[in-house]
Design a protein around this ligand. Sequence first.
Ligand SMILES: N[C@@H](CCC(=O)N[C@@H](CS)C(=O)NCC(=O)O)C(=O)O
Length: 59
Amino acid sequence: MIDLYTARTPNGFKATVTLEELEIPYNVQAFNLSDMTQKEDWFLKINPNGRIPAIMVHR
Ligand SMILES: N[C@@H](CCC(=O)N[C@@H](CS)C(=O)NCC(=O)O)C(=O)O
């Protein structure tokens, strides 16, 4: 399964549109970037640059 971390921005939409077009199932966690969740320690372990979009693949 894929976890998609995204937000309502053009870069965020790119990842969502790609997964939708490929018909790949995914869970979505949408951030409000002004909350700065993308800079929290748990998210920096997923994407060290602290930006969305990010995808985590669970095998
Ligand atoms: N090419 C960039 C695009 C990501 C990007 O710029 N994301 C912005 C939103 S469109 C972001 O997360 N901004 C919040 C921040 O920098 O704290 C990357 O993947 O590193």
